[in-house]
Design a protein around this ligand. Structure first.
Ligand SMILES: [Zn+2]
Length: 110
């Protein structure tokens, strides 16, 4: 992996995070969190860490692709749950968000 490619990957993560924070969260999620890359193949394509707040995506994902964007948005719902003391998971709160985002063209259950 070239370091330059890593920078592009992280830059895309930050770009999508900022876009979704403005579009769907009224910029109420923290402006700055940590971002990372998961190099070993995991079952999940994205991981959210609680302390410190961090979103990591699988290196296998293609920056800018629909799946990349949807996975960032999926993990951002978990950030929203963490900062609002809502249990982290894919229950009612998550599914209510999923309906709204699906109407906007993003499937966060994929
Ligand atoms: Zn999840």
């Amino acid at each position: 992996m070239k370091s330059k490619d890593t920078k592009i990957f992280i830059a895309n993560l930050i770009k999508e995070y900022r876009f979704f924070n403005e579009t769907f969260f009224d910029n109420e999620l923290p402006e700055r969190i940590d971002f990372g890359i998961v190099r070993i193949r995991h079952r999940a394509d994205g991981i959210t860490h609680e302390s410190p707040l961090k979103i990591s995506l699988s290196w296998n994902m293609v920056p800018g692709s629909q799946l990349f964007k949807e996975t960032v948005l999926h993990e951002m719902v978990h950030i929203d749950q963490i900062i609002n003391n809502i249990e982290i998971g894919h229950g009612d709160f998550f599914q209510q968000c999923a309906v709204i985002y699906l109407e906007a063209g993003y499937n966060i259950n994929s």
